[in-house]
Design a protein around this ligand. Sequence first.
Ligand code: SF4
Length: 177
Amino acid sequence: MNAPVQFLARLIADTPPLEQLVIVCGIAESLRIGAQPLVRGLDPASFAEMCAHCVPGVPLENGSVVDAGIDEFDELFELLMLYAEPCDKMSFWLAAVISTAAQRDNHLWQDMGLPSRKELSGILLKRFPRLAEANVRDMKWKKFFYRQLCQRAGVPICKSPNCADCTDYAYCFGPES
Ligand code: SF4
């Protein structure tokens, strides 16, 4: 393990406040899978400020997007910020970390390197409460976000007008683990 990764692992083991834990885990997961950038959507000054606040003393450089192809980073980031409470720098950093991780292929809490789904639900309820509370049936978080985006865009991606009658029910609501 290299020095930044070791330091981040120690920080996580010390169970910092939830906001810091989520950001540290997101950065650590990006380093683990070697993806660049560590956090999308932040200019160099904002990335440096986030690191100074959440991972002080760790020399980290953000990468730049080489070719993201078509993805939903911007749309998800915008959705989260629409519901950020408070709408402060920390929520901005968290929205960037969550939206970066959401472009990967696993359950969102796994993509974020979190210990379990509990921390993801916790940070969404704490920082994006009205959005998180709209997930009244505890849909898988990625599915929930994408359903929100499709509804906002007026694009019908669902196979059924309601979830109860849908053949994809288990896909959207099954255990997220
Ligand atoms: S269960 Fe079906 S209707 Fe409900 S969100 Fe999933 S795909 Fe859409």
